[in-house]
Unconditional design. Sequence first.
Length: 121
Amino acid sequence: MALYDYVLTLSGDNPSCSASGAVQENDIITMTCSITYSGNWAPVMRWFNSSHNFTDDDVTLTTNDTTVTSQLTVTASAGLHGSQIVCVTYFTQPSPLLPTSATNIPSYTYTWTSPTLDIQC
């Protein structure tokens, strides 16, 4: 089995993130984060707030050779009122394991926090 050294480069700055806020209960809230990178390990993005870890059903993930984009789509509800939603971007060991001589996972982490949600019921 061949072993490869993987070099990771984040192009530009931290992820670019945006939110379309809902104002009425049952409106759709959409939040998106996107990052450009080079290398063989794509960054991972996870969405959550203080009371909820969002599932894969809530997230659309698009990954190509240089960009990862994660879009969260949820229905506005009274339970989300006054909360903020967070997207954390980080690296984790790929699964299945890639053949590599690298002995560490990149230590990059970035946390984006949405504006406070104001849901009118």
